[in-house]
Design a protein around this ligand. Sequence first.
Ligand code: GDP
Ligand code: ZN
Length: 310
Amino acid sequence: MKGLIIKNTGSWYTVKTEGGRIVDSKIKGNFRLKGIRSTNPVAVGDHVEIEENQEGTAFITAIADRRNYIIRKSQNLSKQSHIIAANVDQALLVATVSHPQTSTTFIDRFLASAEAYSVPVVLLFNKTDLLDADELRYQEMMVGLYETVGYRCLQVSAKLGTGIPEVKALLTDRISVLSGNSGVGKSTLINLLIPGAQLKTREISGAHDMGMHTTTFSEMLDVPGGGYVIDTPGIKGFGTFDMEPGEITSYFREIFRFSKNCRFSNCSHTHEPGCAVLRAVENHEIAASRYQSYLSMLQDKDENKYREAF
Ligand code: GDP
Ligand code: ZN
């Protein structure tokens, strides 16, 4: 029987069958996926084959090829990765210009990672109700910048409900992941868009989640009218690793476009003569902030660090 993994708690997986039944399932014996060393060989969003048994539970016996998947490397030394979600249609990156301010580096690293995972991103600028005139102008500038690069942007207020119908339309019939730093309004948005989700929203305080090692389990929440939002508690973004400098270039869309005119095909766009990217930065055809984010990712590469989007 075919089904979709909608929740993963340790070794148990909640499977929704094609007929809409919910079946608690486990992986059969030493069933392992080739190629991926991960703590969870099967993830939320996976399409699987199950065999039901007398107890009313089932064994997962096969998993369909994934269109994409998002992984996170574990914090400990095991170097194992954890698959956060598979077969994702889009990521909504919630950002705020203030209270708290989301840095362009965070946004750009997230976008680059999403490019690497082949997950389209829509930027949601939340808390627009809190912005003064200067901050509003800054936000407009950000929207202009990211739309020029090629990302759809929405300016919303979860508090006032501004832009929420557009977000609802975006979620309908798709599988989405909601990401963003702590305090930007992810839980508030989910509660608003998915009545009954009842996620805990937290007041911003001095204390933040960083360094906390809570075990997190992804879960698919039903969007009224069709579609799912994958809730990934405690995960603000997704990291990537093992990127070559050339690859990093290709994950910055506009830098990639200009790089085709660089004199050297292996140009790193840092110092080379005839670099079309450097010229475009000087001419303000590539935003300085985007170029800085590109450099910061290159630097990680030099330091051989695992890149985290958060
Ligand atoms: P999360 O950490 O991303 O899940 O953020 P929360 O949803 O917990 O929101 C953090 C704080 O911001 C809460 O106090 C929310 O009430 C508040 N908040 C969320 N969205 C908005 C908004 O659009 N405007 C204002 N003024 N506050 C908001
Ligand atoms: Zn170059």
